[in-house]
Ligand binder design. Sequence first.
Ligand SMILES: [Cu+2]
Length: 486
Amino acid sequence: MKLVRQLLTLIHLRKLSFLSVTVGIICYGPIVSADKDIFVKDYDLFLGSAPSSNEVRQFELTATSTELVIGNGKATNVWAYNGQIPGPVLRVKQGEMISISFKNELPQATTIHWHGVRVPNDMDGVPGVTQKPVAPGETFQYRFKALDSGTYWFHPHMRSHEQVERGLYGVLIVESPTDPVYDQEWVWVLDDWLLDEDGAIDESFSKRALDTGGRLGNLLSVNGKEQPAYTARSGERVRIRIINSSNARNYSLSFKGSDAKIFAVDGNITGQPLDVDNFVIAPGNRIDIDLTISNNLNASELVEVSNTFFHREAEDDVHEGPAILATIRISGKADDLKKFPIPVHSRIPSWEGALETPVDFTYHFDTKINLGVLWNSGPGAYFEINGKQYGEHEVTQLKKHEFYHLRFTNGTGLYHPIHIHGMFYKVLSRDGVEVNEPFYRDTALLDYDSSIEVGVVPVDTGKWMLHCHLLEHSALGMMTLVEVTE
Ligand SMILES: [Cu+2]
C-alpha cells in the first residue's frame, strides 16, 4: 500500500507526466484517465472519516406561522421553526447521529433540506424525489449521521422562494474534535426582507409576481435584527459562522478596523486563510471567519461590519438597504491573547490537470420570455437549464467514485448561484481562466454572461438536485437532477 501511495504521490506531483504522455501516445488512449483515479483517491483522503460515536442527538422542529418583530420595527406575520428567526441552532459533534422530529403547522406542505450536508438520499428533503411533501398537520422523522464537521443550514425545499423568505431557516453546526477554542463564537444568519410601509412582508409570492432579477429586500438583517450590536475586547479572537439565507442577495463583508480571515467555506476548512473583502457570499453559501479584534482599539470604539456587494440590477436605493450589517463595540482589553494558528486543511487535493480533462456535462443557464403572458398565461419569464425547465430533463447519470468535469454557462444578465445537493465541488475555472480555489463548496456564483467549470467526485448514491439557489429562479424552473449510482 505504501508503495502504491508513493507512486500516486509521484504522479500527483507530475514528475511522471512525461511518462503518462508517452504512454498516451503509444496507446492512443486518453492520457488523463490515470489522473482522474488520483483525483478520486485524493478526494477520499480530503473527506476522511468521521469519528465513531453511538450518540443519538434528538431535536424537535415545528414549522409554524407566528408574529415576530423583524429588524427594529413592528411585529409582522412570519413563518418560523420553533417560533424563532433564525430557527434553533442544532449543535452536534462529528460522527453523532442526528434525529429530528419535524411537525408541519404551516398552511402549506413543506420539507426540510439539509443544505450542504451529506445525508442519505431519502433524508435530503426534495419533494417528489426523495420524500413525499409533509402536508399541514403531518410529521416527518429526519435521521442522519453528521459525517462532516462545519457550518450548515436547513430550510424548506418546497415553495422555497416563499417559505425561506417568510423566515424558515435554521443552522446546523457540526463540531470537530480539532476545532480550536475561540474567545467567542457568533452565528450570523444574513437575510434581507422586503417589507411594506407597515413593516409587513411583501406578499408577491405568486409566480406571475416574482422579480426575475431575484427578490432583493429593503431591510438587511443579521439573525432577524437590524444592525445588531456585539461586544468584544481588543485582542480577542472570535469565530463567526456566517450563513447567507437570502433569496437573491449576495454579500461581501468588510470588517473595518480589524483582521478578518475566512478559514472555511460551505463548512469545509480551506487549505489556506482567505481574504474576506472580495469573497462573494452567494445565497446558500457559508463562511467561517477568524476575527482578531485589533489591539489598537480602545474601550467603546466600534468595529463596523458592512456589506460591500453592489447588485447591478438594483433599480433604486429602496433595494439597497443599509450597508452596515452589525457593529462590534469594544468593551476593554483581553487579558491573554490567543496564539493558535488559523485552522487550515492539510489535505486539499490540487487536482492539477483537472481543467484539461474533457468536459463531461455542460449546463446552460438561460431564461425564456413567456409571450403568452399577454394573454394571462403564467409568469413573464421561465428559467431553464439546457432549454428545459424542471421536470422536463433527462436525469444526468453519474457513477459513484468517479471524477466529473462540469461546465456551467450563463446566457442571462442575471446571477445564478449553482447549488448541487449531496456533494462538494471545486471551482476549476471562471470564464475559461484557471482558478485554484483551495477549498470545496456546495454553492458557487455564476456571474452575468459568464461561465465556470468545476470538478466533482460524487460519493453518495441517489438522486440529487442541481439548481439555481436564487430562489425566484428555481421557482420558475431552473432546477434539474443528477443520479449517482454504484
Ligand atoms: Cu438563477
